[in-house]
Ligand binder design. Structure first.
Ligand code: FES
Length: 102
């Protein structure tokens, strides 16, 4: 199988989602849309860092289900704090968290 890489600027290898039992895995499409004229998708999180990268060991999560931010608006980034709701209402976007199961 070919190695997949993050479609954003990070270029880190990523694992494709597992196929549902009894089903073949279909193609993976990853899209990142930068907001024109505002310098990318990250408005303010850890801008002093060259690249914002976080690592999580799912087995060490304290809760059975942990939401991770994908909208870049969370005050508790990388965790979701619900800020995507305000962003979606203001912009008409449809972003939401990545839910990681322990
Ligand atoms: Fe960003 Fe929820 S706050 S996805």
């Amino acid at each position: 199988m070919a190695t997949l890489f993050c479609a954003a600027a990070c270029r880190l290898p990523v694992s494709p989602p597992a196929a549902a039992p009894g089903r073949a895995r279909r193609g993976l499409v990853v899209a990142v849309r930068a907001e024109a004229g505002v310098g990318g998708i990250n408005p303010s999180i850890r801008k002093e860092e060259e690249k914002v990268v976080d690592t999580v060991l799912a087995g060490e999560l304290s809760k059975p289900l942990t939401p991770y931010c994908r909208c870049w608006r969370s005050g508790t980034f990388p965790l979701c704090d619900g800020s995507h709701v305000k962003h979606n209402k203001a912009t008409g976007d449809n972003v939401g968290p990545l839910l990681v199961k322990k």
